[in-house]
Design a protein around this ligand. Structure first.
Ligand code: C5P
Length: 281
């Protein structure tokens, strides 16, 4: 038995840290958006072996791979024994980018196995399962336009982001997520995004209003070696983006464009390690 599933990248339209949780994690308030940049997973059931094949030598192919962890967890929760998965992962979402690639792959495995095996877990049940795998996994189960709070598991659907063109730029340096959380924890804050204003802009279908309110508090605590993030943001804005921001803990930066022509032009002008065009999904 086998199936194919897409795993969409996530973008943070806004990202705020609102406090500290008793377990040391940070309390978040984020407007999240899935986009058409995606990985593709070919998932085949096995008699108990777990293996993930991809073209990237640094992605683990064994049980350390988050997609395989998701499969293991799914079988456990569904009470299914003696099964494993062989996954062929066509990875297009850059890693260490803040685009939720690994989380989205894990969520795709949960959705795909639920469908393939006819288990019938609800979306909510899959999201709760996802919490055990990583903070962004619950959002990635259903995607769309969502307010995510808590560690990222308290999800409130929002009106869909107005259609637009997205340019995603991934510089050649990675940023460590735990390091950036630690830096944010040490900093005496600072400005916060106008999350409520962004939600109102979404409610009225005001793309400009959404773009103007893009703000990620991690940008305020970036180490100096990550100045490339600000250069990319400036470049996107100079070239006609309505708004631009880093996503998650970076290092990817994205810009929102109202039309295809200006997005294409920006894409042809910007020099960056990896670039993608996408639409909200
Ligand atoms: O949950 P996830 O594995 O994506 O988190 C990676 C790291 O990011 C955690 O080990 C923690 O240091 C930090 N984190 C946090 N607060 C969150 C989410 C992640 O401090 N809400």
């Amino acid at each position: 038995m086998n199936t194919r599933e897409k795993a969409y990248a996530k973008l943070n339209l806004s990202l705020d840290i609102t406090g500290r949780l008793p377990d040391g994690y940070h309390a978040m308030r984020m407007v999240m958006q899935s986009c058409s940049l995606c990985d593709e997973l070919d998932i085949t059931l096995t008699d108990g072996e777990y293996f993930c094949k991809s073209a990237l030598p640094y992605l683990p192919s064994d049980g350390r791979n988050l997609a395989l962890k998701a499969a293991k967890l799914f079988f456990e929760k569904a009470g299914i024994r003696g099964r494993g998965v062989y996954i062929e992962l066509n990875k297009r979402i850059p890693v260490c980018a803040g685009l939720g690639g690994g989380s989205s792959d894990a969520a795709a495995v949960l959705r795909a196995l639920n469908r393939l095996l006819g288990v019938g877990f609800s979306v909510r049940e899959l999201e709760v399962m996802g919490e055990q795998l990583g903070s962004d996994v619950p959002f990635c189960v259903a995607g769309g336009t969502v307010l995510a709070e808590g560690k990222g598991e308290i999800l409130t659907p929002l009106p869909a982001m107005p259609d637009c063109h997205l340019i995603i730029c991934k510089p050649d340096f990675p940023i460590s997520t735990p390091e950036l959380f630690a830096r944010a924890g040490r900093s005496t804050q600072r400005l916060s995004p106008d999350t409520q204003g962004m939600i109102s802009a979404l409610e009225s279908g005001d793309l400009g209003g959404v773009a103007r309110r893009m703000y990620n508090v991690f940008e305020d605590v970036l180490p100096r070696r990550c100045a490339g993030v600000f250069e990319l943001k400036s470049r996107l804005l100079e070239l006609g983006a309505l708004g631009a921001s880093m996503t998650g803990t970076g290092s990817a930066v994205f810009g929102i464009f109202a039309d295809d022509d200006s997005a294409r032009y920006a894409c042809s002008e910007i020099v960056c390690h990896q670039m993608f065009s996408a639409r909200p999904v």
